[in-house]
Design a protein around this ligand. Structure first.
Ligand SMILES: Nc1ncnc2c1ncn2[C@@H]1O[C@H](COP(=O)(O)OP(=O)(O)O)[C@@H](O)[C@H]1O
Ligand SMILES: [Mg+2]
Length: 212
């Protein structure tokens, strides 16, 4: 089984839907350790992405992800716009020329995308950011692909790793982004960006395996 353009589009649309559904939750998390705008920021961006990707004609997966990236960068203020823009740009660049993606292709794309976000934001695992969900997700996807897992199993492992990584941000002290201004007081709260990143990985699994 391979990931098609239609599934890529369903992933982007599903991520937009998940952000819309969880807008208040994400903003609530950001109110605890940031400035209470993460849900609003991400929702503004993904709602702008929907008509853009809906009107693409004859596009491939690379153009789909790059359009998503450019729209996020131009519509979302705050740290998360450029960072999610970088993530989608990384995915788009990695899948250039490909019409259907194998588990291996998707793993390489996610690896490249996470590397790009790390290069841009300079966050390391353990800094209490979206990287704490994304890096374990990319690692577990790569391991599953190397073990010859089916695409379904690999995506499920990826989603589970992201969820665990998200939950593991709770005790951490933030070292990047606004939450780092709180120092020790940032501990005891789940990172909003790690939470939206879990939603992203979950949307990929749902769109590609068509399960909820
Ligand atoms: N340097 C960084 N690298 C990776 N992720 C970051 C970085 N800075 C912030 N983040 C992520 O961005 C999230 C906050 O996004 P958002 O509230 O939309 O932006 P802002 O912090 O500008 O208000 C954080 O929860 C964190 O996961
Ligand atoms: Mg914020």
């Amino acid at each position: 089984m391979a990931i098609t353009y239609e599934q890529g589009l369903a992933f982007v649309q599903g991520f937009a839907a998940a952000i819309a559904e969880n807008k208040e939750y994400l903003t609530q998390l950001d109110s605890e350790i940031g400035d209470a705008d993460h849900g609003t920021n991400m929702n503004r961006g993904m709602q702008a992405v929907l008509p853009k990707v809906g009107s693409l004609e004859g596009a491939d997966l690379s153009q789909l992800f790059k359009t998503t990236a450019m729209t996020l960068i131009s519509t979302v203020g705050g740290a998360s716009g450029p960072l999610y823009g970088t993530l989608f740009l990384g995915l788009g660049t990695a899948v250039t020329g490909k019409t259907a993606l194998s588990t291996e292709d998707w793993s390489q794309a996610l690896d490249a995308a996470v590397q790009a976000v790390r290069a841009r934001g300079k966050a390391e695992p353990g800094d209490k950011t979206m990287i704490d969900a994304l890096q374990p997700a990319a690692d577990s996807l790569r391991e599953a692909a190397q073990d010859g897992a089916t695409l379904e199993a690999a995506l499920a492992a990826c989603e589970q790793a992201a969820e665990q990584g998200m939950q593991a941000t709770i005790p951490l002290v933030a070292r990047k982004g606004r939450a780092s201004y709180l120092g020790e007081r940032s501990a005891g709260h789940q990172d909003p960006g790690a939470t939206s990143s879990w939603l992203l990985v979950r949307a990929a699994r749902q769109a590609i395996t068509a399960e909820t």
